[in-house]
Design a protein around this ligand. Sequence first.
Ligand code: DON
Length: 427
Amino acid sequence: MSPMKNEAVADLVSNTLEELLDQVRGDRSGELADYIPQLAQVDPEGLALSVVSSTGRIYAVGDHDQHFTLQSASKPFVYALALSQRGPDVVHERVGYEPSGEPFNAISLDAEGRPANPMINAGAIVTSSLIEGATPDARFEAIRHCVSAFAGRELELDEAVYASETATGHRNRALANLALAAGTLDRTVIDATDVYFRQCSLKVTATDLAVMGATLSNNGVNPLTGVQVMTPEVVRRTLAIMLSCGMYNYSGYWMNDVGLPAKSGVGGGIVAVSPGKFGVGTYSPRLDPSGSSVRGVAALRLMSNQLGLHLLNHPSEAAASFNADDSSFDNLILRMRGELDFACVERIVHELSEHGDTIKSVHMDLGESTAVVPTARGMLKDLQEVLAHEDIPITIDDPRDFIETEPHLKAPEPHVADAHAPLPENQ
Ligand code: DON
């Protein structure tokens, strides 16, 4: 007989994400994108957060089944496809690697006629034009097929948004004209921008974005379908460009404060990646002046801070891991090592929920733990309560008092130059 799921334990991860979303829900600042008129038609209140682990477990809260268009969040995935078809040398003859420090729609061409990077519009139009295929339809189908493989399902075009951008995308056509004049674009302006407008108009949900991110986090293998969508080398290059250029003129700040490869889109989505751990998708359509979702940015800042996700956090500490001494799960002994982060506690919660009906007692040994990130601490406390409520005795050996004392991570100083609210004290 397969063990029953313990729902109260299983809900601990989603509850944590709900609490996170609650912290940003009240922020109604920012504006809907209206330079593509159809994007101004959406409900501004939509709000969603999805997390998909590199092993394929899905946690989705808020309006996670609401559809929106990928917009610039398509750029890293099309860049990955261009790299895999043409190789980095060919791609980077046409488009640079460097953060531009400029807005997404900036006129950007270096001395060799290359846009600064593939994440700004000029570079993305050139990158998209490198996709193989004799016609715009064939090139778009190749892109749709690839992005769908990242998402693990067939994605469709939002015809109304595509028509709206085609009718108003004069600046993008101007950028394509400049690339053509510089000898960087081999397609006609109309063909190149048409494929680019269509890739931007693919419809996704926050959970699709999280699966796409999880595929990157899992070295290019979609954890839901098992399909190897990209090679590890292409994934590494894609994550590097997302990390350095994904948030436009906000990228340096993002690197400091959030420290995760990410890409935003004016449709309101953001995809972020915690390599080896999970992908994150957020949705909220009001945008900041740089064209990124206000509440998405705020949620990812909180996640990075509270879940300890910054890539450069504690590089000298051992990676979080745990091992269970009793594989029968009757009297479970969990020995924790290294920094206990969200991903580690998520695995513990998953195992306990899967074996909820067979567990008679739990002992946690934090003797070899070096740190516990704030959210993991909260989740372990909640876990203690849930197990006590279910009459499962739990003992915790915590010689350094990680669970009872205040978290070791402090909120970063608020950044004065950006429009976003400072983080609350003591996450
Ligand atoms: O090309 C454009 O302007 C849009 N299709 C995409 C721009 C975008 O999403 C910028 N990102 N945050």
